[in-house]
Write a protein that binds this ligand. Structure first.
Ligand code: URP
Ligand code: ZN
Ligand code: ZN
Length: 468
């Protein structure tokens, strides 16, 4: 069935105009004034609303399984939450089991992601750079549509690779049209600081932040950039939170090095003050990197304005605060006796678009075009999804969001669709609200009504990454 969206104000990364949009067979067929359709088309009136391309969130961890914990959102619940927040495309991190082939990891990821309600692609996490893994990278790029790889300079003994392995993987990525994504924190030094804190009996959640200082994010970011430069790969720094890291990115971009970076709403809107909350409450804010002081935030806003930061994604990695109803494996309570055992990560996929609209457009005077660029177009371009995703154009998928730029509302976990039991932004009053969401022309969110279904999301085979 065809879908017609009438009388909207279409905003893309470059355009802003009034027109109707006709979607047929999943794709945008026509954009024009006063389009006529047959009686069988579904018609939606967008008068007074912005019509935005569906949001693209390129950093989620749905159904992440680690030896100690499991993120609480399935692909079904996480993508439904994303849809209610105006995000219609995710690129999720596939985390293979250590020692196992990434191809096997992708097979498992496909099984879990069958329940997705919106379209999903996969980045591959690499835990080593053995010859077999490097061969698998080429297969993933060539045959599986996985054109980005994440490596960790943090979490020694679990996810971290050494500089040699990072460099080897970077060279393969660079030579084969893929992007290297790096979690940039100096893992061994953090490990030493954590051990020092534990030896002194300092176990409260706030020590998570105190043992991961910003300077160690700056150092690792600088190192990753230098290695990427030598390896000739485009680089993407994930969840950038620190001014020192941003200045390394800025300096490299000024020299014409293809370095890109994302930040996340938690780093734009929250500060380390959250770790002073009473009792175990700060555990809700235990994420990596941790929240920083307000001076970093000012730099992040500058970076978004000047394009030294290109993307706002979420790093949606949700755990429940309480043990019930899903059990200890899914809960922050694992770390009640020590910050070092609190599962790292927080929810965010449902609030990204409205929070960034409110913070960027309403409060920081960012243009609507730039808002669309950092939340949809740039991530789609960087990760091989454009112009299928990330814009409104004839031939693009009919992924659309009808957005009321004037509605004020209050963020409440109780209204959310994620399986987690809290939000980082409880009680925050926000201007700008998602009203309707379409995936390939099908209306799946209508106000508070859910019209989508698990399994309707499609796997996204991505083209080259890192060539915007
Ligand atoms: O705390 C976080 N960010 N957890 C998710 C894993 C990662 O490092 O992105
Ligand atoms: Zn990370
Ligand atoms: Zn992450």
């Amino acid at each position: 069935m065809a879908t017609l969206i009438r009388n909207g104000r279409i905003v893309t990364a470059v355009d802003d105009y009034a027109a109707d949009i006709l979607v047929d067979d999943g794709c945008i067929r026509t954009i024009g004034r006063e389009l006529a359709v047959g009686g069988d088309a579904e018609v939606h009136d967008a008068s007074g609303l912005l019509v935005l391309p569906g949001g693209v969130d390129v950093h989620t961890h749905l159904d992440l399984i680690t030896p100690c914990a499991r993120s609480v959102d399935t692909f079904g619940s996480g993508t439904k939450a994303a849809a209610f927040g105006g995000t219609t495309t995710l690129v999720d991190f596939c985390t293979p089991v250590a020692g196992e082939s990434p191809l096997k990891g992708l097979e498992d990821w496909h099984r879990l992601s069958e329940s997705a309600c919106v379209d999903v692609g996969a980045h591959m996490i690499l835990l080593d750079a053995n010859p077999g893994t490097l061969e698998d990278m080429k297969t993933l790029i060539r045959s599986e549509g996985v054109s980005s790889f994440k490596l960790f300079l943090a979490y020694p003994g679990a996810l971290m690779v050494d500089d040699g392995a990072l460099f080897k993987a970077m060279r393969v990525a660079g030579a084969n049209g893929a992007m290297t994504c790096v979690h940039a924190e100096n893992g061994p030094v953090i490990q030493a600081l954590v051990q020092e804190a534990l030896d002194q009996g300092l176990t409260a959640p706030k020590y998570h932040a105190l043992t991961r200082p910003a300077i160690l994010e700056g150092e690792a970011t600088q190192r990753a950039i230098r290695l990427a430069e030598l390896a000739a790969t485009p680089l993407y720094i994930v969840h950038l939170s620190a001014a020192q890291a941003l200045s390394a990115v800025t300096e490299a971009r000024d020299r014409g090095i293809p370095v890109h970076a994302e930040t996340c709403p938690q780093y734009l809107f929250l500060t380390e003050e959250e770790y002073a909350r009473p009792g175990f409450e700060p555990a809700k804010y235990v994420m990596t990197p941790p929240l920083r002081d307000a001076s970093h935030q000012r730099e992040l806003w500058r970076g978004l304005q000047t394009d030294d930061l290109q993307v706002v994604s979420t790093d949606h990695c949700p755990f429940c605060f309480n043990e019930q109803p899903y059990g200890m494996q899914f809960s922050k309570q694992q770390g009640i006796d020590s910050f070092s055992r609190i599962p790292n990560g927080a929810p965010g996929v449902e609030t990204r678009l409205p929070l960034v609209f409110d913070g960027a457009v309403v409060k920081h005077g960012m243009s609507l075009n730039r808002f669309v660029e950092i939340t949809a177009t740039a991530p789609a371009k960087l990760f091989g999804l454009f112009p299928k995703k990330g814009t409104i154009a004839v031939g693009s998928d009919g992924d659309l969001v009808l957005f009321d730029p004037g509605e004020r509302w209050t963020v409440r976990a109780a209204d959310h669709h994620s399986r987690t039991d809290y939000t980082l932004f409880e009680g925050r009053v926000v201007t700008g609200r998602v009203k309707k969401v379409f995936v390939r022309g099908q209306c799946i969110v209508d106000g508070t009504n859910w019209l989508g279904r698990e399994g309707m999301g499609q796997y996204l085979r991505r083209g080259e990454s890192g060539r915007p």
